[in-house]
Design a protein around this ligand. Sequence first.
Ligand code: HEC
Length: 93
Amino acid sequence: MHRFLFAAAGIFFLTVPVAAQEDPGAKLPPGEGRDVVMKVCTKCHDPSIAAEQSFDEKGWKDLVDQMESNGARGTEAEFAQIVAYLSKAFPAK
Ligand code: HEC
C-alpha cells in the first residue's frame, strides 16, 4: 500500500511540470487576438505569464512596447490586436 502511494506521487510530480511546458498559453482565455499572442509572444517565454498581470489598455500597451524593445517582432496591426486582446482578457482590477 505504501509503495503504491509512493509510485502514484512520483507519477504526479513527474507529469505535472511536463504537461505545463507542453501547453504554452494554457492560461490565455479564448478570444479575438489570442492566435496573434500565440504567434508573437511565445518565442521567449510562455505567454501565460500575462495572466499574472492586470492593466488597462495603456498599461498593456506599455508592456507590449517593452516586449518589442526586448525583441518581440510583429506588425503594428499585430501589436494593436495583442493590446486589445490582453486588455479585454486581463483588465485592470
Ligand atoms: C524577444 C523575447 C520576448 C518576446 C517575443 C516577448 N517577451 Fe515578454 N518578456 C521578455 C523578457 C526578457 C521578460 C523579462 C524582463 C522584462 O520584464 O522585460 C519578459 C517579461 C514579460 C512579462 C512579465 C512582466 C513583469 O513585469 O513581470 C509579461 C507579462 C510579458 N513578458 C508579456 C509578453 C507579451 C504579451 C508578449 C507578446 C507581445 C511578449 N511578452 C513577448 C521577453 C520577450
